[in-house]
Design a protein around this ligand. Sequence first.
Ligand SMILES: Nc1nc2c(ncn2[C@@H]2O[C@H](COP(=O)(O)OP(=O)(O)OP(=O)(O)O)[C@@H](O)[C@H]2O)c(=O)[nH]1
Length: 352
Amino acid sequence: MDKVTAPGRHESGKPQFWQLARRCCQLAASVDVAFFFLFHLLGSPILAWINVVSVGLYLLAYWLLGKRLNQPAIILIWIEVIVHAFLGTLLVGWDSGFHYFLLMFIPALFAGMRRRNAWLAVGGLWAFYVGLYALMWFVDPLQPIASGGLLGVFLFNLTVVFCMFSYLTLFYISTVSGTQRALRRMATIDSLTGLFNRRHLSDLADKEIARHARNPEELSFLLLDIDHFKEFNDEHGHDTGDRILERVSTVLAQTLREQDYIGRWGGEEFLVVLPGTGLEQAIQTAERIRCAVETCSWVFADLEVFVTVSVGVSQYCAGENLSSAVARADQALYESKRRGRNRVEVSATELN
Ligand SMILES: Nc1nc2c(ncn2[C@@H]2O[C@H](COP(=O)(O)OP(=O)(O)OP(=O)(O)O)[C@@H](O)[C@H]2O)c(=O)[nH]1
């Protein structure tokens, strides 16, 4: 028989949920086909034919889900599970284990409804479950089967419920961890360039500064800016500008060492944090980056384009904060723009 609708809210914006619901329909229909033959063999023709109806309902729900008629599909599936569990129990008895399928609703109810409604629905389900149990105290099964057959049905039902629970749990877990991964990425990564965003890079830089306070070692910053980017945008269009930001970011990331951090600091501005790096080495790194960008060319719509970057370098001075170190790199960057761009300049503090 049966099994549960998968988790999730009943809205069209959750493709993986509806895919899972369709797969559940396929699985449930296959199980019901197996039940059809099993109950014929066990001499319970009514239950056998109930399974034929169930297969029909699941196929209909599968078709509705394919047409994105999700709400009626879910209602059909739920009716099937409840009616099937009720009739199965009434016909062959509580020991058949058909009632276990009802328990599979619980996670789906909380995943698919507002909390208050879910609690009400769970309360209703509990009352139905207990009511069915109480009923079977007073009513003998209408179409009992031999005890060996009953044990077989019980084990079959239990196994199906175990498998479905495991499958749905895996789905919940992988959906949650996928969402967490996506959120973590959104919180730390700039979506256009794939580099760290400003907030995350600031956190990383602050950690380096804190480490410097405990264990002073050299630390340098580079502030980079693409030259004449406004003109570039005006001439080639904003989309091509975006593509250039992506390509330049790739070049920057490839030019740096594993332990360096790079992030998008502003529109066309990038900050590089160089732990364990003194001024001379930082200047060399800045030169390497500048040359790497200068020698790259990219073709967009049959047009070969080039860009250059200007770089300001500052070395961290004990006791200062991040904004002060970056402000000094910014002054050096300004100087590099003033002196003609496509250059590396060092903060005046280091030169004095
Ligand atoms: N395509 C694109 N352009 C951006 C983005 N962010 C900022 N810009 C553009 O970058 C340009 C920066 O221009 P300016 O600050 O005037 O500097 P510039 O033209 O690069 O000139 P210099 O820095 O002096 O060499 C502006 O036109 C912004 O619109 C972005 O995400 N995509």
